[in-house]
Design a protein around this ligand. Structure first.
Ligand SMILES: [Zn+2]
Length: 137
């Protein structure tokens, strides 16, 4: 480990702007996304020259999985939430907070039920349906 270096907010903004363009749906979007990943992969290959390629590939695969996992913490809200027994339907208020359970990367979603009570089920403890609703499990 040499000098510490973190991306600046300005650099992140610039990358986000580029990323938004290259993912625009077209016959080229898949190729664009692959090219975008290749740029990072090549930079890693050039930086971690002391590692064998399979080691770098495992490292990159792990980081991509982590990025996908962390992304799910900024969760899309379900349209409605079914209670564990499926008999009650609640509506997300729009409020969320990070789940406080140790090592859970989920998001607690504030849900208002018919009797006006609020609960805060964790996004990781829900069964997400294709129609945009979710059921507490
Ligand atoms: Zn949780």
């Amino acid at each position: 480990m040499k000098t510490r270096y973190s991306m600046t907010p300005q650099q992140k903004k610039r990358l986000e702007k580029i990323a938004r363009k290259i993912v625009i749906q077209s016959p080229e979007h898949a190729n664009n996304i692959v090219d975008y990943f290749k740029i990072i992969i090549e930079a890693v290959d050039n930086e971690f020259v002391e590692d064998a390629r399979p080691t770098r590939d495992a490292f990159l695969t792990e980081l991509l999985a982590r990025a996908i996992e962390e992304r799910t913490t900024s969760v899309d809200l379900p349209t409605k939430v079914y209670s564990r027994d499926g008999t009650e339907v609640g509506i997300p208020t729009g409020d969320t907070h990070p789940c406080s359970m140790e090592s859970c990367r989920g998001t607690c979603i504030t849900v208002r039920w018919k009797d006006d009570s609020l609960t805060y089920p964790c996004s990781k403890g829900m069964d997400w349906k294709r129609d945009g609703s979710a059921k507490i499990i």
